[in-house]
Write a protein that binds this ligand. Structure first.
Ligand code: PEP
Ligand code: MN
Length: 330
C-alpha cells in the first residue's frame, strides 16, 4: 500500500504509523508498506491525504499509482520518459580495454552524433580466469573521455567493493543482469539521484525485475530505467531470448521507461542490426549497443560487438524507424 501523508502530520504520529505498518519512506510524505496491507488503523486516517492498494509489490513503479511515465533526467539537457517520446542510443565497447580502443570508438560515435557512451570497467564475468575489467583505471579513462568528447557515461557497478566509486564517476549507473538481486547495490543506487539503468536478470521474472526497481525507488531514487537484455530459455542457438512480450507488459503496467539491449540478447553480431530495428519498433526509450574497433580481439563479448562501420550503417537507419512509431532519437 502506498500512503501519502498530510504534510501537517506530527512527527511522533508518523513514526508510529511507520512502525505499525513497517513502511519504507522514499520521501517525506510517502510511505510504502507491503502490498498485503490493505488499510491503516482508523486513528491514523485524519493524517492520510491519499492511499493506493495493490495486488502485488509492484507499487511505486506501477501505473496504477501514477499513470504518467517517469521523466528521467539523463544527466545532460535531455529527458526520456514523461511526455517525451524520445529514444536514447548508448553505444560503446563491452569493456574499457585501453586509451586507444576507447578513443577510436569515441571519435567514430561522436562523428555520428551519439551522445551516450557505454563501457564496463568492473566486468561481471562468468569465469574468474576471464578479463575482469580495468577497474578504477578504466573509470579514469571514462572521465577523460567525458571531458574531451562531452558524452554522458554509462558504466556498471558489479559489486559492493566499488559501488560508491562507480556511482560518483558515472552519469548513468548501470546495474547488470547478474547484480539485479544485489540489495546493497540497489540500496546504494536508491541513495543517489543519478539515473539507474537496471538490467533484467536472465533468470528473473518480470515481477522480480520490477521488484528490484522497487528496492531503488523505495530507497528514495525514482530515476529508474528498466533494460530488457534477454532471458535464458531452452533455446541455445542464440545467446539469450529477447523478451519483447515482456517489454509490452512493462510498458503497459509500469511507469518506468523501458530500454532494450539487442547485443547481449543475440550474442552474435550478424543478428544485432535487425534485432535493433525490431527493438525500436516496440516504441522504447533507449537502446544499448556494443561497438568495438576490432571485435575479434575484444577482451569480452567478442562475438556480439559491431565494428565501427557496421554500427555506423545501422545507426543511420534508425531515425526513420523511430519516427514511424512516433519516437525520435535523442
Ligand atoms: C554489459 O552491458 O556489458 C553487461 C555485462 O550486460 P548484462 O549485465 O546484461 O550481461
Ligand atoms: Mn558485454
Amino acid at each position: 500500500m502506498i500512503i501519502h501523508t498530510n504534510p501537517a502530520i506530527p512527527v511522533a504520529i508518523k513514526q508510529e504509523l511507520i512502525a505499525t505498518t513497517q513502511a519504507l519512506c522514499p520521501d517525506a510524505n510517502t510511505l510504502v508498506t507491503a502490498a498485503a496491507i490493505k488499510d491503516v488503523p482508523e486513528s491514523f486516517k485524519p493524517w492520510i491525504a491519499d492511499s493506493w492498494v495493490f495486488d502485488t509489490d509492484i507499487q511505486l513503479a506501477s501505473r496504477a499509482y501514477q499513470n504518467e511515465t517517469i521523466a528521467i533526467n539523463m544527466g545532460d539537457d535531455r529527458v526520456i520518459g514523461g511526455h517525451q517520446q524520445t529514444t536514447f542510443v548508448a553505444a560503446g565497447p563491452c569493456s574499457v580495454e585501453s586509451h586507444e580502443q576507447l578513443w577510436t570508438v569515441a571519435q567514430s560515435l561522436k562523428g555520428l552524433g551519439v551522445r551516450y557512451f557505454r563501457a564496463g570497467c568492473f566486468k561481471p564475468r562468468t569465469s574468474p580466469y576471464s578479463f575482469q575489467g580495468l577497474g578504477s583505471e578504466g573509470l579514469q579513462l571514462l572521465q577523460q573521455l567525458r571531458a574531451e568528447f562531452g558524452f554522458s557515461i554509462i558504466t556498471e557497478v558489479r559489486d559492493g567493493s566499488h559501488c560508491e566509486e562507480v556511482i560518483e564517476a558515472t552519469d548513468i549507473i548501470q546495474v547488470g543482469a547478474k547484480a539485479m538481486y544485489d540489495h546493497a547495490i540497489l540500496r546504494a543506487c536508491g541513495q543517489s539521484r543519478k539515473p539507474v539503468l537496471l538490467k533484467r536478470g536472465f533468470g528473473s521474472t518480470l515481477q522480480e525485475f520490477v521488484q528490484a526497481a522497487e528496492f531503488i525507488m523505495s530507497s528514495g531514487n525514482q530515476q529508474v530505467i528498466l533494460c530488457e537484455r534477454g532471458i535464458r530459455t531452452f533455446e541455445t542457438k542464440t545467446r539469450f531470448t529477447l523478451d519483447l512480450c515482456g517489454v509490452a507488459y512493462l510498458k503497459e503496467h509500469t511507469r518506468l521507461p523501458v530500454v532494450l539491449d539487442p547485443s547481449h540478447a543475440m550474442g552474435y553480431r550478424y543478428g544485432v542490426p535487425a534485432l535493433t530495428r525490431a527493438c525500436l519498433a516496440m516504441g522504447i526509450s533507449g537502446l544499448l549497443i556494443e561497438v568495438h574497433p576490432n571485435p575479434s580481439v575484444a577482451k569480452s563479448d567478442a562475438s556480439q560487438q559491431l565494428d565501427l562501420e557496421e554500427f555506423s550503417s545501422l545507426y543511420q537507419t534508425l531515425p526513420p524507424l523511430a519516427q514511424a512509431v512516433g519516437y525520435r532519437l535523442c
